[in-house]
Structures are given as C-alpha cells and as structure tokens.
Design a protein around this ligand. Structure first.
Ligand SMILES: NC(=O)c1ccc[n+]([C@@H]2O[C@H](COP(=O)([O-])OP(=O)(O)OC[C@H]3O[C@@H](n4cnc5c(N)ncnc54)[C@H](O)[C@@H]3O)[C@@H](O)[C@H]2O)c1
Ligand SMILES: O=C(O)C[C@H](O)C(=O)O
Length: 312
C-alpha cells in the first residue's frame, strides 16, 4: 500500500523559514522543500541537508531539500512565504512594504505555477497587506490564502499572563484581533485561565501592562536582537497552523483572513478567529464585540488600510 507523503514548501531560508522547516521536519508533519534566491542555493541546500541529518535522531521519516528552482515545490500541500526583508531596531513593519510587495508578486507567481490549488500562509511583513498582495497575485480562492500573526500575538499574550500568574501556559486562553501592528486588539473578555476569567485573576492595571507589552512584543525582540526580528515563536505559530491544515484538525486559531462583510469589513485581510482545516480557512468566526472593542478594531483596521494604500 502506498501512502501519499505530504509536502510543505517554505519560501525564504532565513531565520523564520529555516526554523519553520526544521519544526515541520522534526515533527514529521511533511516532506519539506526550502526555496531561496539562486545566489543562496548552496547555503539553502546546506541548511536542508543539516536538517535531514537530524531526522534519525528525532525519529522523523521525512525528506528535506533546498533549492532555488520552484519546480521542486510542485504539488505542495502547503506553501509558507517568509521571503523578504525584516525590520531592524527603530523601524516600523510598514517600512518593509515596498520591497516586500515586489517579492510577494514574484514568488507567488512561481508558487501557483507548480501548485495551482495549494494553501498559502504568508508571514512576510507587513503581514496583513502582504497577505492581500499574495491573494491578488495568486488567483486562488480566499480560503486558500491567509496569513500568520494572531497565533504569535496570542502566544505572547499567553506567555506574559502565565508568567505574571505563575500558572501553566497550557491553561491560558486568549484572542488577539486586528492587524499585526502596535494597535492589535487583545480581547480580555475572551481571555481565561483554566476557564476562570482573566479579570478575576488580575487587576485592570496589570492586564493593561500585559496588553501593552503584547502589542509591542515584536519590537521588544527586534531591540534585543539588534539585527533581525523574532523567529522561534513565529515559526512555532506557523507550525501550529500547518499542522491544523495537514491533519484537518478544524482548530479555532486567529488568522489573517479575507473579510467579506464579517465584522463590518469588506475586501480586506486582517486578523480574526477562524476554523483552520484541510481547506485552509474554512470559516471566519464572528464574535460579538462591545462598542469599545469595535472601536479598537476599527483603529487597528485603519492602520492596515493605511499600509494598503502604500501598495496602490
Ligand atoms: N507575521 C509575523 O508574525 C512575522 C513574524 C516574524 C517575521 N515576520 C516577517 O517575515 C519575514 C522574514 O523574516 P526572517 O527573520 O526570516 O528574515 P531573514 O532575513 O532571516 O530571511 C528572509 C529570507 O528571504 C529570502 N528572500 C528574499 N527575497 C527572496 C525571493 N525573491 N525569493 C526567495 N527568497 C527570498 C532571503 O534571501 C532570506 O534568506 C520578514 O518580513 C519579517 O518581518 C513576520
Ligand atoms: O516585529 C517584527 O518585525 C517581526 C514580527 O512581526 C514579530 O511580531 O515578531
């Protein structure tokens, strides 16, 4: 009996791409193809070979290859886009828009040429606008193109809450809505620890500090690293999304998804709770929001629209 092996292609072999590829391989989720520019072909092959050589130790029967030829990505089940430039200390994510928009167009055309009905997850920043650019360039249906920000932002929120309370990260639940920027919207009413509302466990003042740290979480890492941005937590977030798709788990995860009327917005990609399964974004979940939450979401959406205008 032959069982079809799954295939994940990761475009961009830098910090986030390589770490995601390693996670996918070591968790035995799929064969992995890592793609970078032709002038980086040898280092890309080298990273892939190094990852492959780790598989006997962790007991993962998968193949890992590095290439600059998109033919090798043919029939990918999922493609991850991490190609592009990352910000440096003192920069906003928006400053990456022009360079990365051009890269999105080129790589997307190559991706869909060889995998015309794949699912694409965009990580490259500014992530909401870049997901829209990939959607436009791909011609794929909206459920097959989406972006990563909310799993990461929520993970930061959860990690800070768990540390503050000295409780297990596993028991902390939360949701972050909106664009992947400093005005993202952590939803306190939907946050709990082991089912206990967060507001019963922490004072408003302490919650406010955690929200502020979450919003600026990417910048905190950029300042500390000095030359590049976060990659361990972003790669973990991508891996969780990939697993939900490949195993058709129907997980409820925050995703940069295309809105057509949901939350009152149209023709826009922004972070919302979704069901992720084999079809990609199988449903956008619409939460009831208070007037204050609607206002915060609207502020965040305005920021995404401002970046989108830079794309026109
Ligand atoms: N959405 C999120 O939550 C999130 C989280 C972390 C990073 N990011 C973003 O992801 C992107 C990548 O971050 P990183 O830390 O991996 O950067 P990096 O510089 O380490 O890696 C980027 C890689 O992309 C490659 N690349 C550039 N143009 C390419 C092309 N046309 N085709 C193929 N490969 C190409 C580069 O050669 C490089 O290897 C950045 O834009 C960063 O801001 C987003
Ligand atoms: O902050 C960045 O530029 C990278 C990423 O978006 C993050 O949130 O870590």
């Amino acid at each position: 009996m032959s069982i079809k092996r799954r295939k994940v292609s990761v475009i961009g072999s830098g910090f986030t791409g390589a770490t995601t590829a390693l996670n996918v391989a070591q968790q035995e989720l799929a064969d992995v193809v890592i793609v970078d520019l032709p002038d980086k072909e040898d280092p890309t092959k080298g990273k892939a070979l190094d990852m492959l050589e780790s598989t006997p130790v962790v007991g993962a029967d998968v193949n890992v290859t590095g290439t600059s030829d998109y033919k090798d990505t043919k029939d990918s089940d999922v493609v991850i886009i991490t190609a592009g430039i990352a910000r440096k200390p003192g920069m906003d994510r928006e400053e990456l828009v022009n360079t990365n928009a051009g890269i999105m167009k080129t790589v997307t055309e190559q991706i869909v040429k060889y995998s015309p009905d794949t699912r694409i997850i965009v990580l490259t920043n500014p992530a909401d606008a870049m997901t829209y650019a990939v959607y436009q360039a791909s011609g794929l249906p909206k459920n097959r193109v989406f972006g990563q920000s909310g799993v990461l932002d929520t993970a930061r929120f959860r990690a800070f809450i768990a540390q503050e309370l000295s409780m297990s990260v596993e028991d902390v639940q939360g949701f972050v809505l909106g664009g992947h920027g400093d005005d993202m919207v952590p939803l306190i009413r939907y946050s709990s620890v082991g089912g206990v509302p967060l507001t019963d466990l922490l004072s408003q003042d302490r919650i406010d500090k955690i929200v502020e740290r979450t919003r600026k979480g990417g910048g905190e890492i950029v300042s500390l690293l000095g030359d590049g941005s976060a990659y361990y937590a972003p790669a973990a977030a991508l891996t969780q999304m990939i697993e939900a798709i490949l195993k058709d788990k129907k997980r409820i995860l925050p995703t940069i998804a295309y809105l057509e009327g949901e939350y009152g917005y149209n023709d826009l990609y922004v972070g919302v709770p979704t069901i992720l399964g084999s079809e990609g974004v199988e449903r956008v979940i619409e939460l009831e929001l208070t007037e204050d939450e609607k206002q915060d979401l609207s502020t965040s959406v305005d920021s995404v629209k401002n970046v989108m205008e830079l794309l026109q």
